[in-house]
Structure formats: C-alpha cells, structure tokens
Design a protein around this ligand. Structure first.
Ligand SMILES: Cc1cc2nc3c(=O)[nH]c(=O)nc-3n(C[C@H](O)[C@H](O)[C@H](O)COP(=O)(O)O)c2cc1C
Length: 202
C-alpha cells in the first residue's frame, strides 16, 4: 500500500491515491506527496515484526530535549535517540524525524543543543514531545539561555551540550545528525531521566 504525506500538516494517509481532503487540515489531494516506503518494511513479515518488538524494547535510552534555531526563531523537541559516539573530540548523534520543526531548524542552522533532564521533568518531556513548534511557541514561559551557538538551553536542565553538525545520515523517516560538542556544562548533580523511567511513570 502507498503512503501519502500532507505537505501542510504532515498527516500520513495510506492508500493507492491521496485522500480527497486532509482530515486534519482540510487541504486537497494536490497538497499530498508520496512517501517512499522504508526498505525495512519489505525485509520483515508482520509476524517477524511482532516477534522482534519485545527485543527492540530492550534498548535502553536517556531522554532529552533537543533544541535548535533558525535565524532568530527557536524551537525544541523531546528525543530519546541521543548518544555519545567519540570522546576526542566529543561527537554525539541524535535521530530526528524529518517531519519535525526541530529537524528543519537543525538542517538549516547546523547547530543543536542537548538538554539532560531530571526524573521530576516528565512534564517537560510532554511539553516538548507532544506538540509541534509549528502550532505553539514552546518557549513561551519556559526560562532558557543561550551560549555559543544560539540554540536555546533550558534553565532547569541537569546538564547541557551544544553541538555543531558535522555529518548527516539519511535513514528514511529520520536524519541522524552527528554533532561535535562546542560547549557544555553540568548544572545539577541529580540522576538523569531515562526512557524506561518515563515509560513507567508517565
Ligand atoms: C518520550 C518521547 C521520545 C521521543 N523521541 C524522539 C526522537 O528520538 N526523535 C524524534 O524525532 N522525535 C522524538 N519524539 C517526538 C518529538 O518530540 C515530537 O514529534 C515533537 O512534537 C516534535 O516537535 P517539533 O515539530 O516542534 O520539532 C519523542 C517524543 C516523546 C514523547
């Protein structure tokens, strides 16, 4: 089955043709573009996918707010896919969905910040992870500051790193941005939030 993405609101429709109207934003079929199916979908049967799912859930992750900027605009999103790759110089990777406003900002400015959260910041994950900066200003009433790159840093995070993008890997729905750390700081000595803790306590 084909996949069609609304170029206005990113709604995804499955079918042989695009829908007559987007059920989310109401635009017509001419505003839809076909999305290429992931190669992985052809490599596994539905049964194999079901069997592999509990194994995939054994991945352990942290949970972060990733921010970026575009000109004088700022935005941020929640992400569990952030990890260190090298130590000298320190390079980190993040996996960002191409539909996200944050993806657009990182692609253009080539900078991002990683904000480490505490266990009492599940609401911060929801605030940055359940809504898009395309619809709301997520930094309205959220205290932040900037350092070297201009990507916003949450005042009440545990620690932060700012990065300059060095590599981009296109992985279909997402891009892996590899960034070299240009500055950072630990602000609080608390245990960081993990994805597992979030799933158990959300
Ligand atoms: C717990 C959690 C983890 C998430 N992890 C990721 C991630 O690793 N990569 C990603 O692109 N989106 C992730 N998201 C989804 C984005 O945070 C979400 O789509 C966000 O609304 C995008 O905002 P934006 O359009 O303002 O950039 C996650 C959301 C939650 C709640």
């Amino acid at each position: 089955m084909k996949k069609w993405r609304c170029t206005v609101c990113n709604y995804v429709h499955r079918g042989e043709t695009p829908p007559d109207r987007c059920p989310v934003c109401g635009v017509g079929p001419d505003m839809f573009e076909e999305v290429e199916e992931e190669q992985a979908e052809e490599l596994m049967t539905a049964e194999e996918k079901e069997k592999a799912k509990p194994a995939i859930h054994k991945f352990s992750y942290g949970l972060f707010v990733i921010s970026s900027k575009k000109g004088d605009k700022i935005n941020a999103q929640a992400a569990n896919t952030a990890f260190q790759i090298t130590s000298d110089p320190v390079k980190v990777a993040i996996g960002i969905n191409k539909n996200n406003l944050t993806w657009e900002y990182i692609s253009e400015s080539e900078v991002f910040s990683i904000n480490f959260l505490g266990k009492d910041q599940i609401n911060t994950v929801k605030h940055f992870g359940f809504q898009s900066g395309r619809k709301v200003d997520k930094f309205n009433n959220v205290p932040y500051f900037t350092a070297k790159t201009g990507a916003p840093i949450l005042e009440n995070c545990l620690a932060w790193l700012e990065c300059q993008v060095q590599h981009k890997v296109d992985v279909g729905t997402h891009t892996i941005f590899v960034g070299q750390v240009v500055s950072g700081e630990r602000l609080k000595d608390e245990e960081p939030l993990t994805y597992a803790y979030y799933r158990q306590n959300k």
